[in-house]
Design a protein around this ligand. Structure first.
Ligand SMILES: C[S@@+](CC[C@H](N)C(=O)[O-])C[C@H]1O[C@@H](n2cnc3c(N)ncnc32)[C@H](O)[C@@H]1O
Length: 204
């Protein structure tokens, strides 16, 4: 990911955050309890939304430009967070060491969707929760065609982001049981990334 992408990330998302993302992040994260690992934490947009129930917060972010911004934001946040510089594909944690794994707008960018979900499942305790908010392949055929057409260029300019992932199906295939899911378009966002899913899934 480039220095430029990291620099423009928050300003580009600002209108969408105000229109819907901040509320969605808060509703997903405020109730969380126990030991939480957030993958691909980016610039730290989720940090204001963790509540007092979180006993340990680990933020993994492999990109150095994003991590620099994350580190500055985490230094002022509560609960205190530990930063980890590793990819979700190779997390340096024991099996079954977290109660919750959080992924927001990340699974579009990982090199292997099934590999990332398998690694998230590995570090979750049985009964632990995957909390997700992701843009995915739009079910409307016209939108999906647009996403497929734009995907190669988009991937190059947007930090490896794929527009056409079927993340809901992949979560089920990875051995999670969906507990709650909302399918909704992001307001004030561009069409290729507008359609999202968010919710929780439990690790069997
Ligand atoms: C679109 S940003 C989302 C940032 C943040 N989660 C949010 O909700 O605003 C995608 C993030 O995923 C990170 N990422 C990309 N590949 C990754 C990987 N293999 N493991 C962990 N994070 C990754 C990127 O560095 C980037 O910070």
């Amino acid at each position: 990911m480039s220095r430029l992408f990291a620099a423009v990330y928050d300003p580009v998302l600002r209108a969408t955050e105000r229109a819907c993302l901040q509320a969605w992040r808060a509703a997903l994260l405020r109730p969380l309890e126990g030991e939480v690992l957030e993958i691909g934490a980016g610039t730290g947009a989720n940090l204001p939304h963790y509540g007092a129930g979180v006993s340990r917060l680990v933020l993994s972010e492999p990109d150095p430009h994003m991590r620099r911004r994350l580190s500055a934001r985490a230094a002022e946040a509560q609960p205190r967070a530990e930063l980890c510089d590793r990819s979700v594909m190779e997390l340096p944690y024991e099996d079954e060491s977290f109660d919750v794994v959080v992924s927001t707008l990340v699974l579009c960018s990982v090199p292997s969707l099934s590999g990332a979900l398998a690694e998230a499942r590995r570090v979750l305790r049985p009964g632990g929760q995957l909390v997700f908010l992701e843009h995915v392949l739009d079910p409307r055929p016209g939108r999906a065609r647009l996403q497929r057409a734009l995907c190669p260029v988009w991937r190059r300019v947007a930090g490896g982001c794929r527009l056409t992932r079927r993340t809901e199906e992949a979560i089920g295939d990875a051995g999670f049981e969906l507990q709650a899911i909302t399918r909704e378009s992001m307001q004030k966002s561009v069409a290729p990334v507008r359609y999202t899913i968010r919710g929780t899934a439990s690790r069997s």
